[in-house]
Design a protein around this ligand. Structure first.
Ligand SMILES: Cc1ncc(COP(=O)(O)O)c(C=O)c1O
Length: 402
C-alpha cells in the first residue's frame, strides 16, 4: 500500500498580496460564458483579440529564424542584431549615454529582473497610483511594501509632484513612470519629465520608464522619452513588441539602460547576473526585433486611425452618460472613467458581467484616491462591439442607480 500525502501543500504567505485584477476577473467572465452568454470583453489589452494583426514581415522573420535552426538558447542579453536595432531606435528617440541593452521575455520579465536586482528588504520604490498591477504584484512577491504616488485626475492624470515629494524616504531607491499610462491613457509633458528627473537627481533615484506604448500616441503629438530629457540620470527604458508591434504572445520585451556609467554600472552587473541565471529570452522571436524597428511602420497608421475613432466613441459615450466623467486618453488603448455610484466599483464590475455580460476592470484593481471610483475600459474592439458594450453599461447604470 503506497503512503499517501495527507497534509495540503500551501502557497508562500508572501503571495497573499499578489493580485492581478485584470486576469482575476476572467474567472467570473468564464463562469458567465459557461452559462451560454456571449461576453463583450473590454478588460484585456491584447489587440490580437480584436481586428489587429501582427505585421506579416515580422511573422516571416520568425518563421525564417526557426527554419534556419535558430532554436537553441540565445546569448543571455539577446542576439546582436536585435540589440543593435534597439540601440538604433533609442538613438532615434534621442536617448544617449546608453550603458547596456538587454532582451527579455516581455516587459513583464524586464520589470521582474530590474526590481529584483535593485531592492533590499526595507527599501521602497515609488509606483504610480493608479498603476498597471504588474508592479505591485512583483513588489509583493519580493515582500516590498507599496509606496504609491498619485496621478492627478484634475491635471489630466499627470503625476502629482507634491505627492511624490512627500513620499520619498531615505529608503526610496527609484521611481516607476508609465508613459503613455495604463490605465489612464495619459501622456507626460516634457516639463513633467524634467521635474521628475530633477527630483530623482536630488534623491539619488533610478527611473524605470515603462514606455511600452510609445508609438501609440493617438493624436500625433510627439512622445518624449524620459531618458532623452535626462541623459545623466540612471534610467532603464522599457519597450517591446507586445503593443507597438502587435505581438504580445511572442513575449519579447527589452530594457535600455542609460545614464552616467560610474553611477549605473554596479547595478547593471546585478541585472546581468539575473539575465544569465534565467538563460535567455525566446530565441527565434528575437529575429523579429530588427525588422519591426527598422522595417515598414505602415501598421501604425491603421492602428492609430482605429484607436482615434474608438477613443472618440468612448469619450462621446462618457460625455452623454449620467454619473460618468472621463479625462480623454492621449495614448495606448485605455480609458479610465470616473463613476459616481453608491457602491464599490468592484461590485459594479462584477454585477455588470453577471447581468450584461460586459467585462471591464474596477478602479480598485489599479488603485485610486480614497473616495473616488473608476473602471478601466480597453477600447480595442471595433465600433459596433464598443457601441453594444456602452449601450449595455448605460442600461445597467440606469436600471441600478435610477
Ligand atoms: C504598462 C505596461 N507595462 C508592461 C506590460 C507587459 O508587457 P509585456 O507583454 O511585454 O510583458 C503591460 C501589458 O499590458 C503594460 O500595460
Amino acid at each position: 500500500m503506497p503512503v499517501t500525502q495527507i497534509r495540503e501543500i500551501t502557497p508562500a504567505s508572501r503571495l497573499e498580496n499578489v493580485r492581478y485584477a485584470i486576469r482575476d476577473l476572467a474567472c467570473i467572465a468564464d463562469e458567465v460564458a459557461r452559462q451560454g452568454h456571449k461576453i463583450l470583453p473590454l478588460n484585456i489589452g491584447d489587440p490580437l483579440n480584436f481586428d489587429f494583426q501582427t505585421p506579416a514581415h515580422m511573422i516571416e522573420a520568425v518563421y525564417r529564424a526557426m527554419r534556419d535552426g535558430k532554436n537553441g538558447y540565445s546569448p543571455s542579453s539577446g542576439i546582436k542584431e536585435a540589440l543593435d536595432a534597439i540601440r538604433g531606435e533609442a538613438a532615434r528617440k534621442g536617448i544617449s549615454n546608453i550603458q547596456d541593452v538587454f532582451v527579455t521575455s516581455g516587459v513583464s520579465e524586464t520589470v521582474d529582473i530590474c526590481l529584483a536586482a535593485l531592492l533590499n528588504p526595507g527599501d521602497n520604490l515609488l509606483t504610480p497610483c493608479p498603476d498597471y498591477p504588474l508592479y505591485s504584484a512583483v513588489l509583493a512577491k519580493f515582500e516590498i511594501g507599496l509606496n504609491a504616488y498619485y496621478l492627478n485626475e484634475e491635471d489630466g492624470w499627470q503625476p502629482d509632484l507634491d505627492d511624490i515629494r512627500k513620499k520619498i524616504t531615505p529608503r526610496t531607491r527609484g521611481i516607476v513612470l508609465i508613459n503613455p499610462n495604463n490605465p489612464t491613457g495619459s501622456v507626460c509633458t516634457r516639463q513633467m519629465l524634467e521635474e521628475i528627473a530633477e527630483l530623482a537627481r536630488r534623491h539619488n533615484l533610478i527611473v524605470f520608464a515603462d514606455e511600452i506604448y510609445d508609438k501609440l500616441i493617438i493624436d500625433d503629438d510627439p512622445h518624449v522619452a524620459m531618458a532623452a530629457v535626462a541623459p545623466d540620470l540612471p534610467v532603464i527604458t522599457f519597450g517591446g513588441l507586445s503593443k507597438n508591434y502587435l505581438a504580445p504572445g511572442w513575449r519579447v520585451g527589452w530594457g535600455i539602460a542609460s545614464g552616467e556609467a560610474s553611477v549605473i554600472k554596479p547595478y547593471l552587473e546585478g541585472v546581468n547576473k539575473l539575465l544569465r541565471a534565467r538563460l535567455c529570452a525566446n530565441h527565434p522571436e528575437q529575429y523579429a526585433i530588427k525588422p519591426a524597428l527598422e522595417g515598414p511602420q505602415d501598421h501604425l497608421v491603421e492602428v492609430k486611425r482605429k484607436l482615434r475613432s474608438r477613443r472618440d466613441l468612448t469619450m462621446k459615450w462618457c460625455a452623454e452618460t449620467a454619473r460618468v466623467s472621463c479625462v480623454a486618453p492621449r495614448g495606448a488603448f485605455y480609458a479610465y472613467p470616473r463613476i459616481d455610484i453608491p457602491e464599490g466599483d468592484d461590485v459594479f464590475v462584477t454585477e455588470l458581467i453577471r447581468q450584461k455580460y460586459v467585462t471591464v476592470v474596477h478602479g480598485s484593481g489599479f488603485g485610486q484616491r480614497p473616495g473616488t471610483k473608476h473602471f478601466r475600459i480597453v477600447f480595442l474592439p471595433d465600433e459596433k462591439t464598443l457601441s453594444a458594450a456602452y449601450s449595455a453599461i448605460g442600461d445597467f447604470m440606469r436600471e441600478r442607480y435610477a
